[in-house]
Design a protein around this ligand. Structure first.
Ligand code: SF4
Ligand code: SF4
Ligand code: F3S
Length: 400
Protein backbone atom coordinates (compact mmCIF):
# COMPACT_ATOMS: atom_id res chain seq x y z
CA UNK A 1 0.00 0.00 0.00
CA UNK A 2 1.28 3.45 -0.83
CA UNK A 3 2.86 5.61 1.84
CA UNK A 4 3.41 9.10 0.58
CA UNK A 5 5.10 10.55 3.68
CA UNK A 6 8.35 12.47 3.21
CA UNK A 7 11.51 10.48 2.65
CA UNK A 8 13.32 12.17 5.56
CA UNK A 9 10.53 11.26 7.96
CA UNK A 10 10.42 7.69 6.71
CA UNK A 11 14.19 7.32 7.07
CA UNK A 12 14.27 8.67 10.62
CA UNK A 13 11.33 6.46 11.61
CA UNK A 14 13.37 3.53 10.35
CA UNK A 15 16.44 4.46 12.37
CA UNK A 16 18.48 6.03 9.57
CA UNK A 17 20.25 9.12 10.89
CA UNK A 18 20.42 12.46 9.11
CA UNK A 19 24.18 12.00 8.94
CA UNK A 20 23.84 8.67 7.11
CA UNK A 21 21.29 10.23 4.78
CA UNK A 22 23.63 13.14 3.94
CA UNK A 23 26.47 10.70 3.30
CA UNK A 24 24.23 8.79 0.92
CA UNK A 25 23.25 12.02 -0.85
CA UNK A 26 26.91 12.94 -1.28
CA UNK A 27 27.63 9.62 -2.97
CA UNK A 28 24.65 9.94 -5.30
CA UNK A 29 25.34 13.60 -6.11
CA UNK A 30 28.88 12.66 -7.07
CA UNK A 31 27.70 9.68 -9.18
CA UNK A 32 25.23 11.95 -10.97
CA UNK A 33 27.90 14.62 -11.56
CA UNK A 34 25.48 17.31 -10.34
CA UNK A 35 26.33 20.96 -10.84
CA UNK A 36 27.38 22.95 -7.72
CA UNK A 37 23.92 24.61 -7.65
CA UNK A 38 22.16 21.25 -7.81
CA UNK A 39 24.43 19.70 -5.17
CA UNK A 40 23.51 22.50 -2.73
CA UNK A 41 19.81 21.63 -2.76
CA UNK A 42 19.96 17.92 -3.49
CA UNK A 43 19.82 16.50 0.05
CA UNK A 44 17.17 18.99 1.17
CA UNK A 45 14.92 18.39 -1.81
CA UNK A 46 15.34 14.64 -1.67
CA UNK A 47 14.57 14.59 2.07
CA UNK A 48 11.44 16.67 1.63
CA UNK A 49 10.09 14.85 -1.40
CA UNK A 50 7.20 12.43 -0.95
CA UNK A 51 7.78 8.72 -1.27
CA UNK A 52 6.26 7.91 -4.64
CA UNK A 53 4.38 4.78 -5.50
CA UNK A 54 6.42 2.58 -7.85
CA UNK A 55 4.96 -0.11 -10.06
CA UNK A 56 7.61 -2.46 -11.42
CA UNK A 57 6.68 -4.63 -14.40
CA UNK A 58 8.80 -7.54 -15.62
CA UNK A 59 8.22 -8.88 -19.12
CA UNK A 60 10.53 -11.00 -21.31
CA UNK A 61 13.50 -11.02 -18.92
CA UNK A 62 15.78 -13.28 -16.92
CA UNK A 63 15.47 -11.62 -13.47
CA UNK A 64 19.08 -10.47 -13.79
CA UNK A 65 18.07 -6.80 -13.63
CA UNK A 66 16.20 -7.28 -10.34
CA UNK A 67 19.08 -9.42 -9.02
CA UNK A 68 21.49 -6.62 -9.84
CA UNK A 69 19.44 -4.11 -7.85
CA UNK A 70 18.88 -6.29 -4.81
CA UNK A 71 22.43 -7.66 -4.52
CA UNK A 72 24.01 -4.30 -3.95
CA UNK A 73 26.54 -3.10 -1.48
CA UNK A 74 27.92 -0.40 0.81
CA UNK A 75 27.04 2.38 1.25
CA UNK A 76 23.90 0.34 0.76
CA UNK A 77 22.50 2.87 -1.66
CA UNK A 78 20.28 0.35 -3.35
CA UNK A 79 19.10 -1.10 -0.05
CA UNK A 80 18.25 2.37 1.17
CA UNK A 81 16.50 3.27 -2.02
CA UNK A 82 13.68 1.04 -0.94
CA UNK A 83 13.15 3.57 1.84
CA UNK A 84 12.77 6.25 -0.83
CA UNK A 85 9.92 4.64 -2.65
CA UNK A 86 6.78 2.69 -1.97
CA UNK A 87 7.24 -0.41 -4.11
CA UNK A 88 3.58 -1.27 -4.56
CA UNK A 89 3.93 -3.93 -7.24
CA UNK A 90 6.93 -5.98 -8.33
CA UNK A 91 6.46 -9.30 -10.12
CA UNK A 92 9.50 -10.89 -8.52
CA UNK A 93 9.80 -9.31 -5.08
CA UNK A 94 6.18 -9.11 -3.95
CA UNK A 95 4.84 -11.72 -1.55
CA UNK A 96 1.34 -11.66 -3.06
CA UNK A 97 0.47 -13.83 -6.04
CA UNK A 98 -2.43 -14.49 -8.39
CA UNK A 99 -5.54 -12.32 -7.96
CA UNK A 100 -4.12 -10.57 -4.87
CA UNK A 101 -1.05 -9.44 -6.83
CA UNK A 102 -3.07 -8.16 -9.78
CA UNK A 103 -5.42 -6.33 -7.39
CA UNK A 104 -2.41 -4.66 -5.70
CA UNK A 105 -1.38 -3.22 -9.08
CA UNK A 106 -4.88 -2.01 -9.92
CA UNK A 107 -5.20 -0.43 -6.48
CA UNK A 108 -1.82 1.34 -6.78
CA UNK A 109 -2.80 2.73 -10.19
CA UNK A 110 -6.14 3.98 -8.89
CA UNK A 111 -4.72 5.60 -5.76
CA UNK A 112 -1.75 7.26 -7.45
CA UNK A 113 -3.04 7.93 -10.95
CA UNK A 114 -0.82 10.44 -12.75
CA UNK A 115 1.84 10.34 -10.01
CA UNK A 116 3.40 6.91 -9.80
CA UNK A 117 6.70 5.86 -11.33
CA UNK A 118 6.63 2.93 -13.69
CA UNK A 119 9.73 0.73 -13.86
CA UNK A 120 9.97 -1.82 -16.66
CA UNK A 121 12.46 -4.63 -17.11
CA UNK A 122 12.30 -7.11 -19.95
CA UNK A 123 11.32 -6.63 -23.57
CA UNK A 124 7.79 -6.55 -24.91
CA UNK A 125 6.83 -9.12 -27.60
CA UNK A 126 4.71 -7.87 -30.48
CA UNK A 127 4.73 -10.93 -32.78
CA UNK A 128 1.78 -13.33 -32.75
CA UNK A 129 -0.41 -10.67 -31.14
CA UNK A 130 1.81 -10.67 -28.07
CA UNK A 131 1.01 -14.30 -27.24
CA UNK A 132 4.68 -15.13 -26.46
CA UNK A 133 4.46 -13.58 -23.00
CA UNK A 134 1.28 -13.10 -21.02
CA UNK A 135 0.43 -12.55 -17.36
CA UNK A 136 -2.95 -13.52 -15.98
CA UNK A 137 -4.12 -13.97 -19.57
CA UNK A 138 -3.12 -10.45 -20.65
CA UNK A 139 -0.34 -9.63 -23.08
CA UNK A 140 2.65 -7.66 -21.88
CA UNK A 141 1.68 -4.84 -24.24
CA UNK A 142 -1.82 -4.69 -22.81
CA UNK A 143 -0.53 -4.42 -19.22
CA UNK A 144 2.10 -1.85 -20.19
CA UNK A 145 -0.50 0.26 -22.02
CA UNK A 146 -2.65 0.36 -18.90
CA UNK A 147 0.24 1.17 -16.55
CA UNK A 148 1.92 3.75 -18.82
CA UNK A 149 -1.30 5.74 -19.12
CA UNK A 150 -1.35 6.81 -15.46
CA UNK A 151 2.44 7.02 -14.91
CA UNK A 152 4.27 10.26 -14.15
CA UNK A 153 7.41 8.84 -15.78
CA UNK A 154 8.87 5.54 -16.95
CA UNK A 155 12.26 4.03 -16.13
CA UNK A 156 13.29 1.26 -18.55
CA UNK A 157 15.84 -0.97 -16.83
CA UNK A 158 18.23 -3.29 -18.63
CA UNK A 159 19.02 -3.72 -22.30
CA UNK A 160 15.89 -5.86 -22.82
CA UNK A 161 13.53 -3.06 -21.74
CA UNK A 162 15.58 -0.32 -23.38
CA UNK A 163 16.55 -1.82 -26.76
CA UNK A 164 14.96 -5.30 -26.98
CA UNK A 165 18.08 -7.05 -25.61
CA UNK A 166 18.54 -10.82 -25.82
CA UNK A 167 14.91 -11.59 -26.74
CA UNK A 168 15.25 -9.11 -29.62
CA UNK A 169 18.41 -10.76 -31.02
CA UNK A 170 18.26 -11.89 -34.63
CA UNK A 171 15.92 -13.48 -35.78
CA UNK A 172 13.83 -12.01 -32.94
CA UNK A 173 11.10 -14.68 -33.04
CA UNK A 174 8.85 -12.93 -30.53
CA UNK A 175 9.07 -9.50 -32.18
CA UNK A 176 10.62 -8.15 -28.97
CA UNK A 177 11.06 -4.38 -28.59
CA UNK A 178 11.91 -1.93 -25.83
CA UNK A 179 9.72 0.72 -24.21
CA UNK A 180 11.06 3.61 -26.30
CA UNK A 181 10.22 1.76 -29.51
CA UNK A 182 6.61 1.39 -28.35
CA UNK A 183 6.40 5.12 -27.58
CA UNK A 184 7.81 5.94 -31.02
CA UNK A 185 5.12 3.76 -32.59
CA UNK A 186 2.42 5.40 -30.43
CA UNK A 187 1.56 2.00 -28.99
CA UNK A 188 1.82 3.27 -25.41
CA UNK A 189 1.32 6.72 -23.90
CA UNK A 190 4.24 9.11 -24.30
CA UNK A 191 5.73 9.80 -20.86
CA UNK A 192 9.08 11.06 -19.58
CA UNK A 193 11.42 8.12 -20.20
CA UNK A 194 14.92 7.23 -19.11
CA UNK A 195 16.84 4.20 -20.40
CA UNK A 196 19.22 2.53 -17.96
CA UNK A 197 20.76 -0.04 -20.24
CA UNK A 198 23.11 -2.89 -19.41
CA UNK A 199 22.72 -6.62 -19.05
CA UNK A 200 22.20 -6.10 -16.21
CA UNK A 201 22.52 -2.37 -15.53
CA UNK A 202 24.50 -0.92 -12.63
CA UNK A 203 22.43 -0.71 -9.43
CA UNK A 204 24.09 2.62 -8.62
CA UNK A 205 22.77 4.03 -11.90
CA UNK A 206 19.23 2.86 -11.10
CA UNK A 207 19.14 4.28 -7.58
CA UNK A 208 20.85 7.56 -8.44
CA UNK A 209 18.50 8.27 -11.35
CA UNK A 210 15.54 7.49 -9.14
CA UNK A 211 16.85 9.85 -6.44
CA UNK A 212 17.41 12.59 -9.03
CA UNK A 213 13.84 12.30 -10.22
CA UNK A 214 12.52 12.49 -6.67
CA UNK A 215 14.62 15.54 -5.84
CA UNK A 216 14.15 17.54 -9.06
CA UNK A 217 11.03 16.02 -10.64
CA UNK A 218 13.02 15.32 -13.80
CA UNK A 219 15.64 12.88 -14.99
CA UNK A 220 19.30 13.91 -15.21
CA UNK A 221 20.76 14.97 -18.57
CA UNK A 222 20.36 12.16 -21.11
CA UNK A 223 22.28 11.12 -24.23
CA UNK A 224 20.72 10.49 -27.66
CA UNK A 225 19.65 7.01 -26.52
CA UNK A 226 17.95 8.50 -23.43
CA UNK A 227 20.62 7.17 -21.08
CA UNK A 228 21.89 9.37 -18.20
CA UNK A 229 25.12 10.97 -19.39
CA UNK A 230 26.60 10.79 -15.88
CA UNK A 231 26.76 7.00 -16.28
CA UNK A 232 26.88 6.53 -20.06
CA UNK A 233 28.81 9.62 -21.20
CA UNK A 234 32.10 7.72 -21.31
CA UNK A 235 33.17 4.41 -22.75
CA UNK A 236 34.29 1.40 -20.72
CA UNK A 237 37.62 1.80 -22.53
CA UNK A 238 38.24 5.33 -21.24
CA UNK A 239 37.98 4.15 -17.64
CA UNK A 240 39.56 0.71 -18.00
CA UNK A 241 42.51 -0.24 -15.79
CA UNK A 242 44.04 -2.06 -18.80
CA UNK A 243 44.03 1.13 -20.88
CA UNK A 244 47.76 1.80 -20.42
CA UNK A 245 48.46 -1.61 -21.95
CA UNK A 246 46.27 -0.65 -24.90
CA UNK A 247 48.35 2.49 -25.37
CA UNK A 248 51.56 0.48 -25.15
CA UNK A 249 50.09 -2.01 -27.67
CA UNK A 250 50.42 -4.87 -25.21
CA UNK A 251 47.61 -7.29 -26.06
CA UNK A 252 46.62 -10.73 -24.83
CA UNK A 253 46.41 -12.98 -27.90
CA UNK A 254 44.58 -15.83 -26.18
CA UNK A 255 42.81 -16.22 -22.84
CA UNK A 256 45.60 -18.34 -21.37
CA UNK A 257 48.75 -16.74 -22.71
CA UNK A 258 51.40 -14.78 -20.86
CA UNK A 259 49.75 -11.46 -21.81
CA UNK A 260 46.41 -12.56 -20.32
CA UNK A 261 48.18 -13.57 -17.11
CA UNK A 262 49.85 -10.18 -16.95
CA UNK A 263 46.52 -8.38 -17.34
CA UNK A 264 47.22 -6.94 -20.80
CA UNK A 265 44.54 -5.37 -22.96
CA UNK A 266 41.81 -7.68 -24.33
CA UNK A 267 41.21 -5.72 -27.55
CA UNK A 268 42.44 -8.54 -29.80
CA UNK A 269 40.21 -11.01 -27.94
CA UNK A 270 37.12 -9.07 -28.97
CA UNK A 271 36.73 -6.49 -26.20
CA UNK A 272 34.03 -3.96 -27.19
CA UNK A 273 35.04 -1.50 -24.47
CA UNK A 274 36.05 1.21 -27.00
CA UNK A 275 32.52 1.35 -28.45
CA UNK A 276 30.51 0.70 -25.27
CA UNK A 277 29.18 3.41 -22.98
CA UNK A 278 28.87 2.38 -19.36
CA UNK A 279 30.36 3.18 -15.96
CA UNK A 280 30.96 -0.43 -14.88
CA UNK A 281 34.74 0.09 -14.69
CA UNK A 282 34.07 2.57 -11.87
CA UNK A 283 31.18 1.11 -9.89
CA UNK A 284 31.55 -2.62 -10.68
CA UNK A 285 29.46 -5.39 -9.07
CA UNK A 286 29.58 -7.58 -5.95
CA UNK A 287 30.60 -4.92 -3.45
CA UNK A 288 32.78 -3.20 -6.00
CA UNK A 289 34.80 -6.38 -6.48
CA UNK A 290 34.98 -6.67 -10.23
CA UNK A 291 33.41 -6.29 -13.67
CA UNK A 292 33.83 -8.35 -16.86
CA UNK A 293 37.06 -6.79 -18.15
CA UNK A 294 38.71 -6.94 -14.72
CA UNK A 295 37.70 -10.60 -14.47
CA UNK A 296 39.57 -11.35 -17.70
CA UNK A 297 36.80 -11.34 -20.32
CA UNK A 298 36.42 -8.61 -22.89
CA UNK A 299 33.44 -6.29 -22.70
CA UNK A 300 30.64 -7.66 -24.91
CA UNK A 301 28.97 -4.26 -25.23
CA UNK A 302 25.98 -5.13 -23.06
CA UNK A 303 24.72 -1.55 -22.66
CA UNK A 304 24.52 -0.82 -26.41
CA UNK A 305 21.57 -1.49 -28.75
CA UNK A 306 21.77 -4.76 -30.70
CA UNK A 307 24.90 -5.98 -28.92
CA UNK A 308 24.01 -9.63 -29.54
CA UNK A 309 24.09 -9.03 -33.28
CA UNK A 310 27.05 -6.65 -33.57
CA UNK A 311 29.57 -9.31 -34.62
CA UNK A 312 31.14 -12.07 -32.56
CA UNK A 313 31.93 -11.35 -28.92
CA UNK A 314 35.43 -12.68 -29.68
CA UNK A 315 36.10 -10.83 -32.95
CA UNK A 316 38.34 -7.78 -32.68
CA UNK A 317 36.71 -4.42 -33.38
CA UNK A 318 39.19 -4.07 -36.27
CA UNK A 319 37.21 -6.71 -38.14
CA UNK A 320 33.79 -5.16 -37.52
CA UNK A 321 32.64 -2.43 -39.87
CA UNK A 322 30.43 0.28 -38.42
CA UNK A 323 27.34 1.24 -40.40
CA UNK A 324 27.83 3.62 -43.28
CA UNK A 325 26.65 7.16 -42.76
CA UNK A 326 22.98 7.17 -43.71
CA UNK A 327 23.55 4.12 -45.94
CA UNK A 328 25.47 6.17 -48.50
CA UNK A 329 28.73 5.07 -50.05
CA UNK A 330 31.50 7.51 -49.28
CA UNK A 331 32.11 9.72 -52.32
CA UNK A 332 35.34 11.58 -51.69
CA UNK A 333 34.50 14.24 -54.25
CA UNK A 334 31.02 15.17 -53.13
CA UNK A 335 30.67 18.09 -50.72
CA UNK A 336 28.95 17.13 -47.49
CA UNK A 337 27.01 19.47 -45.22
CA UNK A 338 27.29 20.42 -41.57
CA UNK A 339 24.28 18.18 -40.98
CA UNK A 340 26.27 15.29 -42.56
CA UNK A 341 29.10 16.13 -40.17
CA UNK A 342 26.69 15.90 -37.25
CA UNK A 343 25.51 12.53 -38.46
CA UNK A 344 29.08 11.30 -38.79
CA UNK A 345 29.76 12.40 -35.23
CA UNK A 346 26.56 10.86 -33.84
CA UNK A 347 27.02 7.59 -35.73
CA UNK A 348 30.70 7.08 -35.00
CA UNK A 349 32.53 9.44 -32.65
CA UNK A 350 30.06 9.14 -29.77
CA UNK A 351 31.05 5.52 -29.34
CA UNK A 352 34.30 6.65 -27.74
CA UNK A 353 33.90 10.39 -27.10
CA UNK A 354 31.47 12.70 -25.37
CA UNK A 355 27.87 12.58 -26.63
CA UNK A 356 27.91 16.39 -26.46
CA UNK A 357 30.68 17.49 -28.86
CA UNK A 358 30.81 20.99 -27.36
CA UNK A 359 32.65 19.42 -24.41
CA UNK A 360 35.48 18.04 -26.59
CA UNK A 361 38.80 19.46 -25.51
CA UNK A 362 40.43 18.92 -28.90
CA UNK A 363 40.00 21.69 -31.48
CA UNK A 364 38.06 20.77 -34.67
CA UNK A 365 41.09 21.06 -36.98
CA UNK A 366 43.14 18.91 -34.60
CA UNK A 367 40.36 16.28 -34.63
CA UNK A 368 40.48 16.28 -38.44
CA UNK A 369 44.28 15.99 -38.46
CA UNK A 370 44.25 13.05 -36.08
CA UNK A 371 41.69 11.27 -38.27
CA UNK A 372 43.76 11.90 -41.42
CA UNK A 373 46.95 10.68 -39.75
CA UNK A 374 45.48 7.26 -38.89
CA UNK A 375 47.74 7.30 -35.82
CA UNK A 376 45.08 6.20 -33.36
CA UNK A 377 44.17 2.54 -33.64
CA UNK A 378 40.50 2.95 -32.79
CA UNK A 379 40.16 5.42 -35.69
CA UNK A 380 41.79 3.24 -38.33
CA UNK A 381 38.80 0.97 -38.80
CA UNK A 382 36.56 3.99 -39.50
CA UNK A 383 38.38 4.72 -42.75
CA UNK A 384 36.70 8.09 -43.36
CA UNK A 385 36.76 9.66 -46.80
CA UNK A 386 38.28 13.14 -47.08
CA UNK A 387 34.90 14.83 -47.53
CA UNK A 388 33.55 13.11 -44.42
CA UNK A 389 36.44 14.44 -42.35
CA UNK A 390 35.80 17.91 -43.82
CA UNK A 391 32.10 17.70 -42.93
CA UNK A 392 32.93 16.58 -39.41
CA UNK A 393 35.36 19.46 -38.98
CA UNK A 394 32.77 21.92 -40.33
CA UNK A 395 30.19 20.59 -37.90
CA UNK A 396 32.52 20.84 -34.91
CA UNK A 397 33.50 24.39 -35.90
CA UNK A 398 29.84 25.36 -36.21
CA UNK A 399 29.38 24.57 -32.52
CA UNK A 400 32.07 26.93 -31.29
FE1 SF4 B 1 18.29 -10.31 -18.05
FE2 SF4 B 1 20.04 -8.78 -19.27
FE3 SF4 B 1 17.51 -8.64 -20.00
FE4 SF4 B 1 18.24 -7.66 -17.60
S1 SF4 B 1 18.86 -6.88 -19.61
S2 SF4 B 1 16.48 -8.97 -18.03
S3 SF4 B 1 19.90 -9.08 -17.07
S4 SF4 B 1 18.85 -10.46 -20.23
FE1 SF4 C 1 40.16 -2.27 -21.50
FE2 SF4 C 1 39.00 -3.47 -23.53
FE3 SF4 C 1 39.86 -0.98 -23.80
FE4 SF4 C 1 41.59 -2.98 -23.65
S1 SF4 C 1 40.10 -2.62 -25.30
S2 SF4 C 1 41.71 -1.04 -22.57
S3 SF4 C 1 40.56 -4.35 -22.21
S4 SF4 C 1 38.22 -1.66 -22.45
FE1 F3S D 1 28.57 -4.80 -19.90
FE2 F3S D 1 30.89 -4.38 -21.00
FE3 F3S D 1 30.39 -3.43 -18.63
S1 F3S D 1 29.76 -6.25 -21.10
S2 F3S D 1 29.02 -4.88 -17.75
S3 F3S D 1 29.36 -2.84 -20.51
S4 F3S D 1 32.29 -4.36 -19.32
Amino acid sequence: MSDTGSIQRHLSENGISRRAFLKLCTVMASALALSPEEVAGFAERLGQSRRPSVIWLSFQECTGCTESLTRSHAPRIEELIFDFISLDYHHTLQAASGIAAESAREEAIKLNYGNYLLVVDGSIPLAMDGACSTIAGRTNLDILQECAEGAAAIIAIGTCATFGGLPGANPNPTGAVGVDNLMQQDLIAKRKLVNISGCPPLPTAISSVLAHFLAFDRFPKLDALLRPIAFYGNTVHERCARYHFYQQEKFAESFDDEGARKGWCLYKLGCKGPTTHNACAIYKWNKGTSFPVEAGHGCIGCSEPGFWDNGSFYASLDSIVLAEVDGRQADARAGLSIEDGKQIYDSNCVYCHAADPTTLETAPDAVANVLRSGNIRAHRRLDFAENQIDALEKYLKSLK
